[in-house]
Write a protein that binds this ligand. Structure first.
Ligand SMILES: Cc1ncc(COP(=O)(O)O)c(C=O)c1O
Length: 414
C-alpha cells in the first residue's frame, strides 16, 4: 500500500485503523470512538450502516451481486434519477466520480466534434488526466490560470486541450469562452466549487453563453448531488446543465456514480451508433451492479422523507454559525464557506470567493484546527465538514463546545 494512510489527520499521533462505524460515529481497532464529519468523504448522507440500507442490501445479496447485465434495481434506480435530477433525460451508471467526469468529457467531444474543455482553477473532478489540472492542490499556480498538471505521469499533450478559468470571475470566464468557443466541447464545473458557492448570476450567465456557443455544460455534482437537494445543486441553484455527474450522496457508501443528461448527447452511448462512427464507449464490469443500485434505492427512500433536507440544513447552519462565532470571540480571523450540508473554515482575514483567495488562508492553522478537534474525538477531513441525517442535536452541541475550546487553544498558541 504505497500511499499508506489516506490523510495526514490519521497519521503520526493520531494514526488509526478503522474498525467500523454506526450512525455518525466511527470506531478504531483500539476501541476509540470518533464523532465523524469525514463521513467517508461525503457519501454517508444517512450515516454509517443505516438499518434500511443494511437490510435492503443484505436481502439483495442472497440473489448475487454483479451480472454485467441490466437488472431490476438498475432500471428502478434509473427511473428514480430521471425523476429527481432536473437534467436527467437519460441515465448511465459507472462506479466512481472520476469515471463519470471522464465519460462526460468524452461524450461532449463526440457530440460537438471539438477537442477542448474549460475547467475552473481550484476545482476537483477526479483522477483522470484531463481532471488533474489546476485543481485545489495547485500550490504554485503562476500568474495566469493554468493548466498546471497535479500529478507526475500526465502526458504533456493533455494540457493543450484544457483551458482554465477563474471561479466566480464572470468577465474573464466569458472572455475565455468567446475566445476558445469554436474549439470548446465542454465546460465542466462544480456548482459549489469545493465549498465556494457561485456568485449571484455566475452559473446563470455561463448557462446562457455555453448554450449560445454550442458548448456542453457539465455540472460535476459528485459531491452536491442528493446532498444540497434531491435534485442536487442544479435544483438548489436553479440552473440546469446539459450533463451531470452524480455520485457520493446517493448510495450510502456503495460504489456507484451516475452520468445523466440530455438525450441527444447521452445517446452517443447507444451501440446502434457504431455504424455511424460516433458511438461513445462506456462500460465497466461492475457498472450498474445490483448491490450498489439497491443501496441507492434504499438511500433515496430515506432521503425522500419529509424534513430530511430541512434537518440537514438546520444542523449545518448551527455548526457554521457556531464555528464563526467561536473564532470571532477568540479573535481568530476565520471565514466559513459552503452550504450547510458541506462547509469548511478558512483561516484568513479576507473574504474567500475563489481559488486565489483560498491560497491566502493559513494552512498550518487549518491543520492545527483539525488536529485539535481530533484530540477531542472529532474527525474531519482537512477540507470539509460533511453533515449527515445521523448527526443529532446532542452531537451538534458537543461539536459547538469543541469549537469554543479549539478556538481558545488556537488563540493561546498565537
Ligand atoms: C467534485 C468531485 N468530482 C469528482 C470526484 C472524484 O470522485 P471519485 O473519488 O469517486 O473518483 C470527487 C471526489 O472527491 C469530487 O469531489
Amino acid at each position: 500500500m504505497p500511499s499508506g494512510v489516506r490523510t495526514p489527520s490519521t497519521s503520526g499521533a493520531h494514526a488509526m485503523v478503522v474498525d467500523g462505524g454506526h450512525g455518525c460515529w466511527l470506531r478504531d481497532v483500539s476501541g476509540n470512538e470518533y464523532l465523524d464529519y469525514l463521513m467517508g468523504s461525503g457519501p454517508l448522507l444517512l450515516g454509517h450502516a443505516h438499518p434500511a440500507v443494511v437490510e435492503a442490501v443484505s436481502q439483495r445479496l442472497s440473489k448475487g451481486s454483479s451480472y454485467l447485465m441490466v437488472n431490476e434495481s438498475a432500471i428502478e434506480l434509473a427511473e428514480e434519477v430521471a425523476q429527481t435530477v432536473p437534467c436527467a433525460e437519460k441515465v448511465a451508471f459507472n462506479n466512481s466520480g472520476s469515471e463519470s467526469t471522464f465519460f462526460a468529457l468524452r461524450m461532449a467531444r463526440a457530440f460537438t466534434g471539438r477537442e477542448k474543455t474549460l475547467k475552473f482553477e481550484g476545482a476537483f473532478h477526479g483522477m483522470h488526466d484531463y481532471a488533474l489540472m489546476s485543481n485545489q492542490w495547485t500550490h504554485a499556480p503562476g500568474e495566469a490560470q493554468g493548466p498546471v498538471p497535479n500529478s507526475a505521469g500526465i502526458a504533456s499533450g493533455i494540457g493543450k486541450d484544457v483551458v482554465v478559468a477563474p471561479w466566480n470571475d464572470l468577465e474573464t470566464t466569458e472572455r475565455l469562452l468567446r475566445k476558445h468557443g469554436a474549439e470548446l466541447a465542454a465546460v465542466i464545473l462544480e456548482p459549489l466549487q469545493r465549498t465556494l458557492p457561485p456568485a449571484p448570476g455566475f452559473l446563470e450567465r455561463i448557462r446562457e453563453v455555453t448554450r449560445e456557443l454550442g458548448i456542453v455544460l457539465i455540472f460535476d455534482e459528485v459531491v452536491t448531488g442528493y446532498r444540497l437537494a434531491l435534485g442536487g445543486a442544479q435544483e438548489y441553484y436553479g440552473v440546469t446543465p446539459d450533463l451531470a455527474t452524480v455520485c457520493k450522496g446517493i448510495a450510502s457508501g456503495f460504489p456507484i456514480s451516475i452520468l445523466c443528461g440530455r438525450a441527444d448527447i447521452m445517446d452517443h452511448a447507444d451501440p446502434q451508433r457504431l455504424a455511424q462512427g460516433d458511438h461513445v464507449r462506456m462500460t465497466g464490469t461492475f457498472s450498474g451492479n445490483s448491490l450498489s443500485c439497491t443501496a441507492a434505492l434504499a438511500t433515496l427512500q430515506e432521503l425522500r422523507r419529509p424534513g430530511t433536507y430541512e434537518g440537514l440544513f438546520e444542523k449545518g447552519r448551527r455548526l457554521m454559525d457556531g464555528l464563526t462565532e467561536a473564532m470571532n470571540r477568540a479573535g481568530i480571523p476565520c471565514q466559513v464557506t459552503g452550504e450547510p450540508p458541506a462547509f469548511q473554515p478558512w483561516f484568513s482575514e479576507a473574504v474567500v470567493q475563489d481559488f486565489r483567495d483560498m491560497l491566502k488562508a493559513d494552512p498550518a492553522r487549518s491543520m492545527q484546527f483539525t488536529e485539535l478537534l481530533l484530540d477531542r474525538g472529532i474527525l474531519k477531513a482537512h477540507e470539509k465538514f460533511f453533515i449527515s441525517t445521523a448527526h443529532g442535536e446532542a452531537e451538534i452541541d458537543l461539536t459547538l463546545e469543541a469549537y469554543r475550546e479549539v478556538a481558545e487553544a488556537l488563540a493561546a498558541a498565537g
